[in-house]
Design a protein around this ligand. Sequence first.
Ligand code: ZN
Length: 155
Amino acid sequence: MAIRNVVKEGDDVLRKQARPVIEFNKRLHILLDDMAETMYETNGVGLAANQVGVLRRVVVIDIGEGLIELINPEIVEQSGNQEEVEGCLSSPGEYGITKRPMRVKVEAFDRFGNEVSYEGEGLLARAICHEVDHLDGVLFKDKVIRMLSPDEIKG
Ligand code: ZN
């Protein structure tokens, strides 16, 4: 496993559409392992492949309840609303309030190509939306209602 460099806001790769994974091979497994290690090392709750410069529809998430790997994820259901503080490993030190669904259901594949689905609420719903957005070149700042001031972040 290896820690990969996290691309920062301003890099074109964050604005590109990631392509679906077709082959569930060793190369994908290495990418997933590296992404998880990078996420843990940087204390993130999620990471999309775009953020390590790979334009494939691959996401890892861990909100403290275990690692979730999502390949070719699709949000198939959503309900409710939440307005909470959000940040991004590609925009270090910056936080803003976004509006997201309170609950989502996501369908995806695991690393072996098996169909999986997850239902997320609260933080997990937010993380799923945030990471799936990355795969479509969308950043949380595109959806932010209000950025936090430096004083608010310190507090
Ligand atoms: Zn992000």
